[in-house]
Design a protein around this ligand. Sequence first.
Ligand SMILES: [Zn+2]
Length: 143
Amino acid sequence: MNDTQSSHGGGCLCGAVRYQVRGPLRGVVNCHCEMCRRLHGSFGAYTKAQDSELKITEERGLAWYESSEKARRGFCRDCGANLFWQPSGMQTTSIAAGTLDQPSGLATIGHIFTAEKGDFYDIADDLKQFPGSAGGEMDTAGA
Ligand SMILES: [Zn+2]
């Protein structure tokens, strides 16, 4: 599902983190990995942007947690909202889709790390599923 809007705003629950994306956003991928489950309380629903097109316009509350050697997660230290997933060595940031101002114009395009998903829900749609990483396949699918 390609995104047609060229500009998106978003932010945390309390407003101490705000951002603006200029340029296309990928369709939303639901990540069912254990880290997302523990962080979000369930799966993480993420869109993605090029770093060059993501501008943090309010960073008063922004803090980073290094969730692994491969990535760090951006959250608001005031309200606890989780906003960003940033892999090291890449010029992209995954953005928690629920933090986008509505309407986002996005649609969900698939599921990753389904092998680690919580046992308290079922995936009830017909979208693509990957037991682990999609290996970049979702990126081409979602722009
Ligand atoms: Zn906040």
